[in-house]
Design a protein around this ligand. Structure first.
Ligand SMILES: N[C@@H](CCC(=O)N[C@@H](CS)C(=O)NCC(=O)O)C(=O)O
Length: 206
């Protein structure tokens, strides 16, 4: 199998940290988003959605969603589980993955993609061009402020987001906090539980 990715981008980072933690080594090819290589003909033939990461299996199957790729790889490499170890934990990992995407990743992406001069007409990823809507950037800031409040409430003092075991959910929140720096945001200093938890996640990934 072969992984197409772009190391600096947040969704690829989620997968890279998952692979590193589990000690999985894959043949990897970088798609340079700074050169818009994800929109070029060669990559479009591999992943018509024009997004990274994409995992191409030996039988030609192409997987384009981080959470799906992680599930697949966890089945092949169950050691150091990151997708949950019990029925409840598995459900919590997926629930947090989805919730973080909805409340935080999308808010940050809306800010970035609807306000950056370098992303004019690239307000959404994918093969089609969409114009920026500045109001969505403003709404994104409000949504992100609210997300930090929700995450401060949820940040566990002991254990991890999905239960007793470190998981993809913790990796997602770590990447999310880093991604927020791209739009000059970060969890407010008053989010003491969240900061302490993020420090533990960073140490676990080190
Ligand atoms: N649903 C995909 C999202 C992948 C995605 O949106 N990746 C971004 C990079 S973080 C991308 O490829 N953007 C392409 C673009 O901006 O043109 C996943 O879960 O991996």
């Amino acid at each position: 199998m072969k992984l197409y990715t772009y190391d600096p981008a947040p969704n690829p980072q989620r997968l890279t940290l998952f692979l590193k933690y589990k000690g999985i080594d894959l043949e990897t090819h970088q798609i340079d988003m700074m050169q818009a290589e994800q929109l070029g003909e060669a990559y479009r033939a591999i992943n018509p959605a024009c997004t990274v990461p994409a995992l191409v299996l030996d039988d030609g199957t192409v997987m384009t969603e981080v959470v799906g790729i992680c599930h697949y790889l966890e089945s092949l490499h169950p050691e150091k589980p990151l997708m949950g170890t019990t029925a409840l934990e598995k459900a919590q990992v997926i629930s947090w993955d989805h919730k973080l995407f909805m409340i935080a990743f999308m808010a940050i992406a809306d800010i970035l993609r609807n306000s950056s001069p370098g992303m004019v007409n690239r307000a959404l990823p994918g093969p089609l061009d969409f114009p920026q809507i500045p109001e969505l950037a403003e709404r994104g800031r409000l949504r992100l402020e609210h997300a930090w409040e929700i995450l401060e409430e949820a940040a566990p003092a002991k254990g991890w987001l999905a239960g007793d075991h470190f998981s993809l959910a913790d990796i997602d929140l770590h990447v999310c906090a880093g991604f927020s720096g791209w739009v000059k945001s970060k969890p407010p200093e008053s989010c003491t539980k969240l900061h302490a938890y993020l420090g533990r996640v960073a140490a676990e990934l080190d």
